[in-house]
Ligand binder design. Structure first.
Ligand SMILES: NC(=O)c1ccc[n+]([C@@H]2O[C@H](COP(=O)([O-])OP(=O)(O)OC[C@H]3O[C@@H](n4cnc5c(N)ncnc54)[C@H](O)[C@@H]3O)[C@@H](O)[C@H]2O)c1
Length: 261
């Protein structure tokens, strides 16, 4: 079992939501944190709120040089990386093809930019963060976990062709990375896994229109949103328990799985 005390977590998207909740937990258990986000002011507020051994960095995960600098910062500040949590992510929902209810003809289609932006942050951004941090972990002999964040959206939700595709990718990456590390004798030191939450009570979800949210909650057997702290508790368990590797662990309060997400 791994200990959180004195371990170093690199968290992207860390100025709010699930990332900030994870940082809070890590610090409360005696861990050290490098927090990255594009939201500069929120990042500064998070640092104040957290106390403890916390470094922050303004970092756009779509920029290769930012991700390299982030991994370097963790090594310079704390000498190691034990948890990589690339949680920066966005949603930009819409139908791929929207038809006119009267004519049945297509009246709107998802713009390439709207598809690409979500891919850039949720998929390419994760690839860059993980590649850069894992490189430093390997070269500095660090032991720990790369913990990706997928979603029940990965199972296919209407209106989320961009988001769902990136989150499906998050479910397969732990298998690919674990297999590659196994091949090179690295998998005893560095594990990769993913958590896949349902609807979590963060700004991403709370900003949704209330009617849509009520409809979603009708499908959740526990009758409420998941708390960010409940997702964090799962991440911490995966970190501690070295038997957990190469898979995606769902946490959704019994949400009806399938096309409605
Ligand atoms: N909230 C949910 O219901 C839910 C469910 C499943 C998965 N997730 C995933 O969890 C992760 C965190 O979501 P959250 O609910 O905490 O959302 P959030 O909006 O509270 O946090 C996302 C953070 O990412 C940051 N960010 C956006 N673009 C960035 C970029 N280019 N570079 C660096 N940072 C950037 C934002 O500034 C924000 O602080 C996301 O990957 C999301 O897809 C969320």
């Amino acid at each position: 079992m791994l200990e959180i005390k004195d371990s170093v977590a690199v968290i992207t998207g860390g100025s709010g939501g699930i990332g900030l909740a994870l940082a809070n937990y890590w610090v409360s258990k005696g861990g050290k944190v490098v927090l990255a986000d594009i939201a500069e002011e929120a990042l500064a507020n998070a640092k104040k709120q957290l106390g403890g051994e916390v470094e922050t960095m303004v970092c756009d995960v779509t920029r290769e040089e930012d991700c390299g600098a982030l991994a370097d910062k963790a090594i310079e500040a704390f000498g190691k990386i034990n948890l990589v949590a690339p949680f920066a992510g966005i949603i930009m929902d819409g139908l791929m093809l929207a038809t006119d209810r009267e004519t049945g003809k297509v009246k709107n289609k998802m713009a390439l930019e709207k598809f690409q932006k979500v891919v850039d942050i949720n998929l390419t951004g994760v690839f860059l963060t993980v590649r850069e941090c894992a490189e430093r972990m390997v070269n500095n002999g660090c032991k720990g976990l790369v913990c990706l964040i997928s979603s029940t959206g990965s199972l296919g939700t209407a209106g989320q062709i961009n988001y769902a595709s990136t989150k499906a990718a998050m479910s397969v990456m732990p298998k690919v990375i674990t297999a590659e590390f196994f091949r090179r004798g690295l998998s005893g030191n560095i594990r990769c896994a993913a958590v896949a939450p349902g609807y979590v009570g963060t700004p991403m979800v709370k900003n949704m229109n209330q009617k849509a949210l009520d409809k979603i909650l009708n499908d959740v057997p526990i009758g409420r949103l998941i708390e960010p702290e409940e997702v964090v508790s799962l991440v911490a368990e995966i970190y501690r328990n070295e038997a957990l590797a190469g898979d995606t662990y769902f946490i959704h309060g019994g949400l009806r799985l399938g096309s409605r997400g």
